[in-house]
Design a protein around this ligand. Structure first.
Ligand code: THU
Length: 160
């Protein structure tokens, strides 16, 4: 037996001004996407924006339902729309913002496990690292690839 250490680096920003213009643009798209959030039950509004390798940005926002499990997170709304409209086109970056009552939280908005699994699927499909930006007004985290936020990703045993 041996103990194995897993570590990775990620970037932390304390304001949107510190971020690269491309990342800022994607965060601004996610903030804009938050306007489309329909969250009358949780009142937690999330916006997401995904960039494709041709530069196209596709937005999504969480959509809730009175039958709770029928709703969907912002990230999956964005990624599913992106791949439905641009089948197979690689996704290169995804930005997420969230907050109660259409505000933007100070702390980073971190994606749920199911959304991370969907990110892994599209990163695999695209064959390129998918960067993940978790935005907060006072603190933002940027990760270089989905593997960093979902270590030991399930990779299907099916032939690709
Ligand atoms: N939500 C997202 O849109 N993304 C996440 O990664 C976590 C949670 C939504 C789902 C629900 O509409 C609300 O936030 C509260 O959980």
């Amino acid at each position: 037996m041996k103990t194995v250490n897993l570590s990775f680096n990620y970037r932390e920003y304390s304001s949107i001004e510190e971020m690269e213009p491309r990342d800022r643009e994607l965060v601004e798209a996610a903030i804009d996407a938050q306007k489309g959030s329909y969250a009358p039950y949780s009142k937690f509004n999330v916006g997401a924006a995904v960039r494709l390798d041709d530069g196209t940005i596709v937005k999504g926002a969480n959509q809730e339902n009175s039958a709770y499990p029928s709703g969907l997170c912002a990230e999956r709304t964005a990624m599913f729309a992106a791949n439905a409209q641009n089948p197979g086109k690689a996704m290169t970056a995804l930005a997420i913002v969230g907050g109660f009552d259409h505000t933007v939280s100070d702390t980073p908005c971190t994606p749920c496990g199911a959304c991370r699994q969907v990110m892994a699927e599209y990163q695999n499909l695209g064959g390129r690292p998918l960067e993940v930006i978790m935005f907060g007004a006072a603190q933002t985290w940027k990760f270089d690839r989905v593997d960093d936020i979902l270590p030991f990703i399930f990779d299907s045993f099916y032939e690709k």
